[in-house]
Design a protein around this ligand. Structure first.
Ligand code: BGC
Length: 706
């Protein structure tokens, strides 16, 4: 038998080797006693001159190298030592230990376990310092950490991040005092964004007051701009139309085929507006860019018409040639003086081109279109909220026309159907442009982004103040700055930066990174957008609200990938989530103020009446009356108050509508019963379709290129 497999032989060897409490030389003189029953051990124990070591070192030296020669089991007197052989398991060692030795081992084990527990809450940096496993941040940037004191010039080895992920479960904030501090601070900041039922009620009253004021006079906080659009579509309209939409972020060009049965087909191209054009020196720079996009769209999607137009122009044969009538959605406050005429009042959403203010934006666009010789006429000027209202009314089910079109996107605003005789600043004007009075109604663009600029009822935290002071338009669009997508990310950023400045608050600090899932040092990279104005996108709030993964993995990955904050802990992510939720909740509750103000002030809760087109809603397929159209619950169709909404916030922020509804119920004039009657529906891409519809309503668009 191989003595290496003979347990008793091994025990004998082990016993000898364990005697390292004595000097090794002594051991060499004492022969080991192999098991006499083993017949295969013929080797001799032979110990070559061992190094002179302390007993402790000797033990490890011996433990890793002893190997008996294979011969027979006759007693031998020496041990062969091969220092290159791998260590073997000493599972026969323990039976040879004395009780005292066993006790010492047990005590050592207990001490080790206790030490591991006590060391765990130590600052992660310290623990990392002792760690031997190399680790690199998962980024292409070079960097030095305590644990990896190397600078990489090329990409460091890829960290096997997914495998290293640790599942977090249960409640946070129970680990250390520091965690508690972070949790409490996050709650404190969140509380600053509270906008309770009393605030909602007070602000709604103020909204109604400003609505009436704006209908009577110019220069008020709520601009209440008459749009000259006096009827909403009923879904039977047909034809091919064109529209462009200059919003806050993108410029869209589209052609729309209305099918006449509440449906439509849309062809569109979209381009991001370059930042430098938003703040260009002259309006020409911006408007010539827009005209070029229209040209490119025509060349791509309406090639025949475009080239036949060029040919006719070249041969001088333009008589009777049809041009596209275009609806121009311009999503900024404009003092409208006709269906295709409007003077820019002020820029919003980060635009700032001074020479355009006070000018007719339709004329500015038309000039650039003409310069390119395009077969296009700007036929109608439309705010995106008006477009949304029109589009929703064209497509919405039910007998009643839509009351309100609202945008909760980069900016915020609403347009609603008002009784013409209430728009006294228009009706009393002798030089007002022409408009159809027969419907007795007109769509009014509220420009509610500027509601309560003087902050009578709006909340005003230190973050709101700072955001406003550093904006391009301090003191205006105060409602918008608390609600819309352009600003919510910035509010979150300012709140987080406030916490970062506080040394006692462990946000994105290394103490917490022992609980992150990559066990690496938490770092805010130098070029992290968190240090730049507008650096955090409002989509982060939606991500926070939608992340229900253990340990908020999605939030942490987003902070790492998109915001240069690597290896954050679950507690960090929780803090970000709590603050983000409070900011979004306040935005939704403020949005409810505007909706409530319009629903209450138009008297729609008292009547079942629809808007100007209600009676004409017949003859459409499917018939409106047969479409499922109830509000919430069993509300009769004629009692439904229809609202069309669009914009990234309302579309993508989870639960935005629920928060609005909660606040609506808290307003006594609306309450549970009123809230149930309100139907809120997305009017996707409404502004484009709406612009085409208004070009149609303007009566200038025939089936030009059918
Ligand atoms: C503009 C409005 C627009 C809203 C939504 C605001 O900044 O002033 O005209 O309707 O954004 O795009």
């Amino acid at each position: 038998m191989d003595p290496l497999r003979c347990t008793r032989c091994l025990a004998a060897i082990d016993a000898q080797l364990l005697s390292d409490l004595r000097p090794l030389q002594e051991v060499a003189a004492q022969p080991a006693q192999p098991d006499p029953a083993c017949q295969s051990w013929t080797g001799r124990f032979q110990r070559p001159s061992p190094p002179k070591l302390s007993p402790r070192k000797a033990r490890s030296w011996r433990g890793s190298t002893v190997h008996p020669t294979k011969a027979n089991c006759a007693p031998a007197t020496s041990v062969a030592v091969e220092s290159s052989r791998p260590p073997r398991r000493r599972d026969t060692l323990w039976p040879q230990l004395s009780t005292q030795q066993l006790l010492s081992v047990a005590v050592a084990v207990v001490v080790l376990v206790l030490a591991a527990h006590l060391l765990a809450p130590l600052p992660h940096g310290l623990v990392q310092f002792f760690a031997t496993k190399p680790h690199w941040r998962v980024t292409s940037a070079t960097g030095i950490t305590l644990r990896s004191p190397f600078v990489f010039t090329s990409a460091p080895p890829t960290c096997p991040k997914p495998e290293q992920q640790v599942e977090f479960a249960g409640t946070f904030y129970t680990h250390t005092k520091r965690d508690m501090a972070l949790a409490q601070e996050a709650q404190r900041v969140a509380a600053e964004f509270e906008f309770g039922p009393d605030h909602v009620r007070k602000a709604t009253k103020e909204f109604i007051r400003e609505m009436d004021e704006g209908l009577q006079s110019e220069g008020t906080e709520l601009s209440q701009i008459p749009t000259y659009v006096t009827a909403v579509p009923n879904g039977t309209e047909k034809g091919l139309y064109m529209a462009v939409d200059l919003g806050g972020t993108n410029f869209r060009v589209c052609s729309i085929q209305l099918h006449g049965n509440t449906t439509f087909s849309l062809t569109q191209s979209k381009v991001a507006i370059p930042r430098e054009l938003m703040v260009a020196k002259t309006s020409k720079e911006l408007f010539s860019f827009l005209a070029k996009q229209i040209e490119a769209f025509l060349k791509t999607h309406h090639e025949d018409h475009y080239f036949s137009h060029l040919e006719r122009v070249n041969t001088g044969d333009t008589k009777g040639h049809e041009v596209f009538n275009l609806g121009f959605t311009f999503s900024f406050p404009v003092n409208q003086i006709g269906i295709n005429k409007g003077l820019l009042m002020r820029w919003t959403k980060g635009f700032d081109i001074q020479d355009a203010v006070g000018k007719d934006v339709c004329a500015l666009l038309q000039a650039e279109i003409d310069e390119l010789g395009l077969p296009v006429k700007v036929a109608a000027l439309v705010n995106d909220t008006v477009g949304t209202l029109m589009a929703r009314s064209y497509t919405s089910p039910g007998k009643t026309g839509t009351l309100l079109g609202a945008i909760f996107g980069t900016g915020t605003n609403g347009a609603y159907v008002e009784k013409l005789d209430k728009v006294s600043k228009l009706t009393s004007k002798s030089d007002a442009g022409t408009y159809d009075k027969s419907t007795g109604e007109m769509i009014v663009n509220t420009e509610w982004g500027s509601f309560d600029n003087s902050l009578r009822t709006l909340p005003d935290t230190s973050y709101d103040k700072e955001l406003d002071e550093k904006s391009v338009n301090p003191g205006i669009q105060m409602f918008e700055k608390r609600i819309s997508g352009m600003f919510l990310g910035e509010l979150l950023r300012l709140a987080l930066v406030g916490l970062l400045k506080e040394p006692k608050i462990p946000l994105f600090k290394d103490e917490d990174s022992s609980k992150n899932d990559v066990h690496s040092t938490t770092q805010i990279h130098d070029n992290s957008p968190i240090h730049q104005q507008w650096g955090l996108d409002t989509s982060l709030l939606s991500i926070c609200a939608g992340d229900h993964s253990p340990g908020h993995r999605v939030i942490r990955q987003t902070l790492d990938k998109d915001y240069g904050i690597s290896a954050v802990s679950a507690e960090d992510a929780e803090a970000v989530k709590v603050i983000a939720a409070a900011i979004a909740q306040r935005a939704a509750r403020l949005a409810a103020v505007a909706i409530a103000g319009i629903v209450i002030n138009t008297g729609r809760l008292e009547t079942s009446s629809g808007t100007a087109t209600t009676e004409q809603k017949t003859g459409i397929e499917p018939s409106r009356g047969q479409v499922d159209s109830s509000g919430r619950g069993d509300v009769p169709e004629e009692d439904v108050i229809d609202i069309g909404v669009d914009g990234s916030l309302v579309e993508f922020y989870p639960g935005f509508e629920d928060e609005i509804r909660q606040a609506l119920r808290e307003i006594p004039e609306i309450g549970d019963a009123g809230e149930k009657r309100i139907r809120i529906g997305i009017a996707k891409d409404g502004s484009g379709v709406g612009a085409a519809l208004i070009a149609l309503v303007a009566g200038r668009v025939e089936q030009a290129i059918a």
